[in-house]
Design a protein around this ligand. Structure first.
Ligand SMILES: Cc1cc2nc3c(=O)[nH]c(=O)nc-3n(C[C@H](O)[C@H](O)[C@H](O)COP(=O)(O)OP(=O)(O)OC[C@H]3O[C@@H](n4cnc5c(N)ncnc54)[C@H](O)[C@@H]3O)c2cc1C
Length: 398
């Protein structure tokens, strides 16, 4: 980290989560370290705790950022699907996914940024963005002092909520990012019997439009929690609901800490860039609407945004810049967004599955011998256990 060396930048990236780190690093690499790029975060991006269950698809992450054992807690070779009555079906695949140590992963991405000549300032909140002529003015607090920097491009990678870019007149019409905020809460706990190679998912009316989970951490601790649909209506506060879930199923468990956060799931068709402001990651609502995975999605989105920013800065006219801006949504849609729109349709049907249907399907699946439950077999077993699902899922199958 260095002092501010220049008050004029080509690009200021606000937020150093996966989206911002990847956007800054990709931009730095694409410009051979010659671009003037500043990366800001209100905290140190690897400071614990990071509110996340830390599971990713190994193959998809590896294609974007080579996986290193330095920041992986372990591999997952199976998923247990548990129904409301406790029937447990197993999906086995040698390479189901990886559990990250996100703090270390962020550190690795930040090292990549430093190597690509990105100027990084952490513990530096951005307090305000405003438009002046053809530039953005970015107000920050650095070492307790208020500073102002100017830039041609801003990347908003500040996560769910988009507080920074709300209420800016020239950005009316851009993706607001706050349409589908879903609450998620988890505990780091010990004393919960689990398999180190499996994640366990819980479905049913206990988690309306969402699901519960247990993700292993180090063989002793687990991450146990749940996410609920945005219109959830629970009679007890989420923290109490989590403690009840844990104590009813795992009476001997010891809860060490509880964390919560919001997940931005609503894929929209609004633009992702306007007037030199680009959105990436959760700020662009690029989370998978059903699995709620957002780490790889944010990295992919950060990469797409950085590539677009390089093109935008090379444009010779406003018309070309507008063309690049409107292409960002198209690029995202092609890479992931279209699939997310379909998944969002399936999610509506998924939310209508009754507990009895989950139980019937899971009971049938639990009879398939270990290692024989392919995703297709699971799919067709579920459909045969609950024929009405075919009707409910017609929008997804179309
Ligand atoms: C409980 C929970 C569990 C999850 N589990 C998983 C999982 O298992 N797998 C998965 O793939 N995804 C998971 N997700 C989703 C995943 O965490 C997010 O999709 C991902 O972190 C989004 O990355 P991002 O870079 O867009 O935003 P963030 O990771 O939220 O990063 C935004 C950054 O911006 C900074 N910031 C915010 N405001 C300002 C400001 N004004 N000035 C400067 N900096 C600012 C923040 O400090 C933060 O570092 C989970 C989410 C939650 C809440």
């Amino acid at each position: 980290m260095s002092e501010f060396i220049d008050k004029e930048y080509d690009v200021v990236v606000c937020g150093a989560g996966p989206a911002g780190l990847m956007a800054a690093c990709t931009y730095g690499r694409l410009t051979g370290g010659a671009g003037r790029v500043l990366l800001l975060d209100k905290k140190e991006p690897w400071k614990e705790p990071i509110f996340c269950a830390e599971a990713v698809s190994t193959g998809r992450l590896n294609a974007l950022w080579p996986i290193s054992k330095e920041w992986v807690r372990g591999g997952i070779s199976g998923i247990y699907f548990t129904s409301p009555k406790g029937y447990r079906a197993e999906f086995y695949s040698k390479d189901c996914g990886s559990l990250l140590d996100r703090s270390r992963f962020h550190h690795a991405l930040a090292d990549g940024c430093a190597a690509a000549n990105v100027e990084c300032h952490f513990d530096t909140p951005v307090t305000k963005l405003s438009r002046e002529g053809d530039s953005w003015v970015v107000q920050v607090v650095c070492g307790g002092e208020s500073r102002t920097v100017r830039t041609k491009v801003v990347v908003d990678a500040t996560g769910p909520g988009c507080r920074l870019t709300r209420n800016i007149d020239c950005l009316k019409g851009i993706e607001s990012g706050d349409t589908d905020l879903e609450p998620a809460i988890f505990a780091v706990a010990e004393g919960i019997e689990h398999s180190r190679e499996h994640i366990e998912l819980f479905f049913g009316s206990e988690f309306p439009n969402g699901y519960g989970w247990i993700f292993p951490r180090d063989g002793v601790e687990v991450n146990i929690g749940f996410v609920l649909g945005k219109d959830h209506d629970t009679p007890v506060p989420l923290r109490q609901k989590l403690l009840d879930f844990i104590s009813q199923r795992y009476p001997g468990a010891k809860v060490k800490a509880i964390y919560g956060g919001m997940i931005a799931c609503g894929q929209s068709r609004r633009p992702l860039a306007m007037h030199g402001l680009f959105k990436a990651g959760d700020a662009a609502s690029c989370v998978n609407p059903i699995s709620r995975s957002g780490i790889v999605e944010s990295i992919l989105c950060g990469k797409i945004v950085a590539e677009s920013v390089v093109e935008w800065l090379a444009c010779g006219s406003d018309a070309d810049r507008v063309r690049v801006e409107s292409s960002v949504l198209d690029r995202w849609m092609k890479a992931q967004g279209r699939a997310h729109l379909q998944i969002a349709n399936a999610k509506r049907s998924f939310g209508k599955i009754s507990d009895a249907q989950f139980d019937r399907a899971a009971e049938k699946l639990s009879r398939i011998p270990q290692g024989h439950a392919s995703l297709w077999r699971i799919f067709f077993t579920v459909l045969s256990a609950c024929p009405s699902l075919i009707w409910k899922m017609r929008s997804f199958l179309r």
